[in-house]
Design a protein around this ligand. Structure first.
Ligand code: ADP
Ligand code: MG
Ligand code: MG
Length: 941
């Protein structure tokens, strides 16, 4: 006969059957496993037993208890009676029990628990005699009838609460504590009538019937609406089922030497190593959690019941040591005696998670590896962005200051004054020192200055990888995109939702965590990495783990055996400084075109583009050279000793030119008004821009293609890079420039351009008479480059996966269009599991990467491989990069801490199996020694 029921003492049998502790937790549920474990450790737990999750799952299939379960429950009850020294249903010396749900993973408050089972009209008198407390006995009985009606028969709580309120009013009582024994007795008779009236039968007087019905009700509560919804949200499987724990009742409501409470062994909000809990004297079960009366902080217990308090502190200290984690416990004190009713690993905030993990490692309770694994990348993320006070947000929603909701594109909280264009937002921020929020239907590259100057960005169009979203994340600016209920009127300078308007200059609050936008200012709480010492410590440990030389297996020559490094994408020296402060050990992508957009440079850039001769271009470029040299100089200085990858010009040239439509409008207006001054220049410009028009510019004249038709630009850039590097070297700075050629599709492109650039590199080094390390390499962002990686690596000394473009081109999706039009439908319909622009598509794009690395390293084993697409900051994609043999990932400076943790997680989760190690001969020797030893002992005998 299968064992469906285990007494709390039978932990060994459960372990034997389930194989290990994880199995015990599956079999007995988390609450059950905790009760068994505490019983074994000698912690005072009221006697009882557990009906397994396996029984629950049988019951769910057939609607009946499996054969043998009920008999085993009866037998277990006998054992419990013996231990408790009381008898179930015996009026002379009654045993009462609770019937508690408990699944493998805690689902607090989602399933049923029934207290005080075993009371009936006769037993209630017995309980009175036994305790000498009639008030307590009748109060317990009415609680049972109420809970039974509500949880076993799904009666509305109203049906009991209403008559109770009526009764109290009639008596002129305000509090439950004013109710006397007679009053509760009266109420029991009222409740029994209610029960009969609502259900058509009497409250069951047979205590075993009560137990049976309660057990079934707990089984059934696994499929309750709340429980199903909770599992869905938390990703808990529907197949696990719940166990039922039958526990001898202990009473916290027997007078002022009794009480009940809940506590965390450390502060779940701050992580402080200080017990945090609350209790109530003369109360039962849920009273504390339900907040019926104001509970007292746990330290007060020391004054009221010092003995119980001391014991409680000792037990919880032991539990924490045993589980090596912060515990969330329930306890009850019955006439001065302490009972533990539950223990589990407590839920906690991000801040508390980090502090507890680091403290526990420092205390020697857990290893540094365990500490690192206990904190999630999401925890780190939420610790680095300023956040709105949750309570303030909740009350704002009630106030009617809620404005709109969009996609939460870049986390963090922003409060500022609204401006509807980049120039105005920047001007108000710079000149008026205002906190600004830039609001646009969508953004473009020439809006970036306004975004950078602003505290936050809000758009009414676009998705999580739209331009606004990408740039905002890159710069760590809180951003909400695609808030489509907002109508922006750029003429009248106002945005409106349902008749509610916000004018330019008015204050709003934008929450990048939730995607919510509010009118007015919501208070924020703002964190900084430097001040978060525990987080810094944890990240240092993460780096140590990633830097170990044996965390990866090398499938072939050239593959790294240490973990991933984390580099950053940074265009300006101040970004590079931040990247260093956040722990980046290289720059994986410096986008040089940003430097062309600066106001004093743009006219030169435009002159360069428009000039018809190579000489004209060169002249303009010579003017730009000093600017670029200075940019790179600052970057090298900030990254002293670390590699810096600089990408040569990538976007199509028209991005640097004025907007065609706007220009046309200007020309027409001038013609109509007969203004001739400057008209000719504008007309010429218009013709030139029209000539540059491409029907699909993203796949047109850009990247290396542009460099091949106008090599002067990249020649200037390479000269600037090497001149800056040489100057820095002369100043004692260690430079490691790596020049990256974008958008390569065939090795012939590299064959054409790279030697020209390398000649400039050596020429500059000769001129300046210095030598330093450098590399030339390419981005892998066109599928053909990935496929032909073996050839490409013949020229490229490094690969950097530009996974934004690689994903676009592998799927054939234009990113912005996909996000706006069909990506959400695809995800809803299950065609795409996740957004491939956020998490690398391992089956397609990921395979290309894997192939490219393997092929590339066949040609060049020491090939350095990284990723600089947005995926470089995504934990799941980082894990993929670890698995396929990247040397590093590169992401926005703000995501560097997250990536450092994610890299260590990947290293820990995929540790190569320990080799049977040691030279072959050793075991033989050992065996021999053992044999000799054995022989010796044998002889002795
Ligand atoms: P949940 O999982 O929702 O916390 P529990 O099964 O832990 O539900 O029980 C609900 C409340 O009843 C808790 O406060 C618990 O401490 C209390 N409780 C459960 N069993 C007993 C018992 N045998 N004696 C006293 N109180 C109990
Ligand atoms: Mg509980
Ligand atoms: Mg690209």
């Amino acid at each position: 006969m299968k064992k469906w029921v285990y007494n709390f003492e039978e932990v060994t049998a459960a372990e034997k059957y389930a194989g290990n502790w994880e199995g015990v937790r599956s079999l007995l549920g988390g609450k059950g496993a905790g009760l068994f474990d505490m019983t074994r450790a000698g912690v005072p737990v009221p006697p009882g037993f557990t009906v397994t999750t396996e029984a629950c799952n049988e019951f769910r299939k057939t609607g009946k208890f499996p054969a043998g379960q009920w008999d085993q429950q009866l037998a277990a009850m006998k054992v419990t009676e013996k231990k408790a020294g009381k008898k179930f249903g015996d009026p002379k010396n009654p045993l009462l029990v609770s019937c508690r749900s408990g699944a493998k993973f805690s689902m607090p408050g989602m399933m049923n628990t029934i207290l005080n089972i075993g009371l009936n009209d006769k037993v209630v008198d017995g309980l009175t005699n036994l305790t000498g407390n009639a008030r307590f006995a009748w109060d317990s009985y009415r609680r049972l009838i109420e809970m039974f009606g509500e949880t076993v028969f799904n009666l509305d709580d109203e049906v009991f609460e209403h008559p109770m309120a009526e009764y109290k009013e009639k008596k002129g009582y305000k509090l439950d504590t004013e109710m006397t024994a007679e009053d509760w007795k009266e109420l029991v008779s009222i409740f029994k009538d209610v029960f009969q009236k609502e259900l058509g039968f009497e409250f069951p007087q047979d205590v075993y019937k009560q137990l049976e019905l309660a057990t079934k009700a707990v089984f059934e509560s696994w499929n309750g609406k709340r429980a199903i919804a909770y599992r869905k949200k938390e990703g808990i499987s529907d197949d696990l089922g719940t166990a039922v724990n039958i526990v001898t009742m202990v009473f916290g409501n027997m007078g002022d030497d009794s009480g009940t409470g809940v506590a965390f062994t450390r502060n779940p909000s701050t992580g402080d190593k200080k017990m945090m809990g609350e209790y109530l004297l003369n109360a039962q079960g849920e009273d504390v959690v339900a907040g019926i009366r104001n509970a007292d902080p746990i330290v007060h217990l020391n004054d009221q019941m010092p003995k119980a308090y001391k014991q409680f502190m000792e037990i919880t200290g032991k539990l924490e040591k045993h589980y090596k984690d912060m515990q969330d416990v329930e306890f009850t004190i019955e006439r001065g005696k302490l009972w533990m009713l539950q223990t589990r690993n407590g839920k906690r905030t991000a801040k508390s998670a980090v502090k507890i993990a680091v403290d526990m490692a420092n205390e020697g309770l857990i290893t540094k590896e365990q500490a690192v694994l206990r904190v999630t990348p999401d925890n780190v993320d939420s610790l680095l962005h300023p956040q709105f006070d949750v309570e303030a947000m909740n009350s704002a929603e009630k106030d009617g200051t809620f404005f709109a909701k969009g996609v939460n594109a870049s986390p963090g909280a922003a409060v500022g004054q609204v401006y509807f264009d980049a120039d105005k937002a920047e001007q108000m921020a710079k000149e008026e020192k205002q906190d600004t929020i830039m609001v646009r239907p969508f953004t473009k590259p020439d809006d970036v200055h306004g975004m950078i100057a602003s505290k936050g960005v809000l758009t009414s169009e676009g998705g999580a990888t739209s331009h606004a979203a990408v740039v905002a994340r890159q710069f760590g600016i809180p951003c909400v995109v695609g808030a489509s209920s907002i109508k922006i009127d750029l003429e009248r300078r106002v945005m409106v939702v349902d008749g509610k308007g916000v004018n330019e200059g008015e204050w709003i609050s934008v929450d990048g965590n939730t995607g919510k936008v509010f009118i007015g200012k919501i208070p924020t709480i703002s964190p900084s990495l430097e001040k978060q010492t525990e987080l810094l410590t944890l990240l240092t440990w993460a780096d140590e783990i990633s830097a170990r030389k044996d965390v990866r297996e090398a499938p072939a020559k050239g593959y790294p055996t240490r973990g991933l490094q984390v580099w950053a994408n940074a265009d300006y020296p101040k970004d590079a400084q931040r990247a260093r402060a956040y722990g980046a050990v290289g720059i994986g992508l410096c986008r040089t075109e940003h430097m062309f957009f600066e106001p004093e440079r743009l006219p030169i850039v435009q002159r360069m583009i428009l000039s018809e001769t190579s000489e004209g271009r060169t002249a303009a470029l010579n003017e730009l050279l000093p600017y670029q040299r200075k940019d790179f100089d600052g970057l090298f200085e900030a990254m002293n000793g670390y590699p810096v990858i600089i990408r040569l010009i990538d976007p199509p040239l028209h991005e640097f030119m004025p907007d065609e439509e706007k220009l046309l409008e200007e020309v027409i207006t001038m013609r109509v008004k007969n203004e001739t001054d400057g008209l000719k220049a504008k007309e010429d410009l218009l013709v030139a821009i029209k000539g540059m028009h491409e029907s699909n510019p993203m796949m047109g004249m850009r990247g290396v293609r542009l460099s091949i038709s106008m090599p002067e630009i990249v020649e200037m850039q390479v000269r600037a890079i090497f001149e800056a590097a040489a100057d820095c070297t002369l100043r004692g700075i260690v430079v490691k420039p790596e020049v990256m050629i974008p958008l390569t599709g065939t090795v012939k492109e590299l064959e054409w351009i790279q030697p020209r650039l390398e000649r400039i590199a050596s020429a500059v080094m000769d001129e300046k008479k210095v030598k330093f390390e450098y590399k030339f390499g390419t981005m892998i962002e066109i599928p053909r480059a990935a496929v032909t990686a073996a050839e490409i690596a013949g020229h490229a000394q490094f690969f950097s996966f530009g996974t934004n473009d690689l994903t676009q081109m592998t799927y054939g999706y234009s990113r912005d269009d996909a996000e706006r039009n069909f990506l959400i439908t695809y995800q809803e319909q299950g065609i795409l599991e996740t957004n491939p622009f956020q998490t690398i598509d391992r089956g397609g794009v990921g395979k290309l990467m894997d192939w490219a690395i393997a092929e590339g390293r066949k040609t060049r084993p020491e090939l350095e491989v990284g990723i600089c697409g947005e995926h470089g900051g995504d934990p799941n994609s980082i894990e993929w990069c670890h698995l396929i043999g990247n040397n590093y990932v590169s992401c926005s400076p703000f995501r560097v801490p997250i990536a450092r943790l994610a890299a260590a997680h990947a290293a820990l989760k995929h540790r190569p199996a320990k080799k049977a190690a040691a030279p072959k001969k050793k075991p033989a020797v050992k065996k021999a020694v053992k044999k000799v030893a054995k022989a010796k002992t044998a002889k002795k005998k």
